[in-house]
Ligand binder design. Sequence first.
Ligand SMILES: NC(=O)C1=CN([C@@H]2O[C@H](COP(=O)(O)OP(=O)(O)OC[C@H]3O[C@@H](n4cnc5c(N)ncnc54)[C@H](OP(=O)(O)O)[C@@H]3O)[C@@H](O)[C@H]2O)C=CC1
Ligand SMILES: N[C@@H](CC=O)C(=O)O
Length: 337
Amino acid sequence: MNRKVVKVGLLGLGTVGSGVVKMLRQNVEELAQKCGYEVEIQRVLVRDLEKMRAVDVERHMLTRDVQDILEDPEVRIVIEVMGGEEQTKEIVLQALQAGKHVITANKDLVALHGALLHRAADENGVELLYEAAVAGAIPIVRVLKQSFAADNVREVMGIVNGTTNYILSKMTAEGAAYEDALAEAQQLGYAEADPHADVSGLDAARKMAILASISFRQAVELADVKLEGIESVTQQDVERAKAGGQVIKLIGRARREGSAIEVSVAPMWLEAAHPLAKVGDCFNAVYVYADALGEAMLYGRGAGEMPTASAVVGDLLAVLRGRKFAAAQPQQMARWA
Ligand SMILES: NC(=O)C1=CN([C@@H]2O[C@H](COP(=O)(O)OP(=O)(O)OC[C@H]3O[C@@H](n4cnc5c(N)ncnc54)[C@H](OP(=O)(O)O)[C@@H]3O)[C@@H](O)[C@H]2O)C=CC1
Ligand SMILES: N[C@@H](CC=O)C(=O)O
């Protein structure tokens, strides 16, 4: 097979970035067969050049200067798995304006600046994909944008934060202390750099704002999402729920009624027989209710190294198979040859 090489710039080498490197290395052949390209990581942006990493990356590939990636004409795709908001927005905008396709796992970024970034991607004829930003490995973004595109979505609801689901599940099943369960979730790589974003409900609110914007085809502002986290949920609450045959879960909900859109995140007491009550560990589950479809539920791991990497690399494959990438190819290849 006549195989071309495509160079990728990776921003971040933490939990998700390491998973992406592992997956690209483990699946070189399979990926090449699926898209016709051999993917090579050209440079990796980090903060600390000396840190021990979960994967071996040659020292010369690491950089602390993002311009080494943004100004490299060989880098055609940027994978942003560093997190952050304002500075990251500027970096991603610069990448898009330089004609690079961008894949991101950053829900903060997409929830706050999605409209601006989509415009920049369109203006520059490149892709902006963010499957990993919502519900980890579950392909909910693509399903809403493509598979259910013909339908009229009325409601999207479910569990969209792995850390809080892990904590509540541990408190329910094992009587674990909140702080211990949170520390484990951090250890396992599920939590955000600042875990307050998880337990306050903000991370779930960001994801619900993204899902609502896609489902109802209009920008839903993060500020308009009503949110309550799990910080005030006590072991006594969990035990009382259990005694009454119920389970406490952090539930995100986005509903459209006429022109009114309502989006919320809050702990809810569910009957133990409810399908969402059985979603444990760091798993997520999302229900979609639409006119023709009726209802559908998607279920899978919502956080962690390899599940999230799977969504990121899935987006990478989508870019490489896409028309925009192919369209830019002859001219670009000639210029870089
Ligand atoms: N963890 C998960 O399960 C999931 C995470 N996400 C999202 O993916 C993104 C990454 O998450 P995760 O991998 O857990 O985060 P980590 O904190 O584990 O990793 C972040 C990485 O980015 C680097 N980095 C951060 N800021 C900068 C900066 N200013 N300049 C240079 N490098 C920087 C860090 O460098 P250094 O190592 O040197 O400190 C680190 O390698 C976030 O947006 C998160 O919300 C999405 C879905 C699931
Ligand atoms: N901190 C997040 C990571 C994935 O989005 C979570 O726990 O769901």
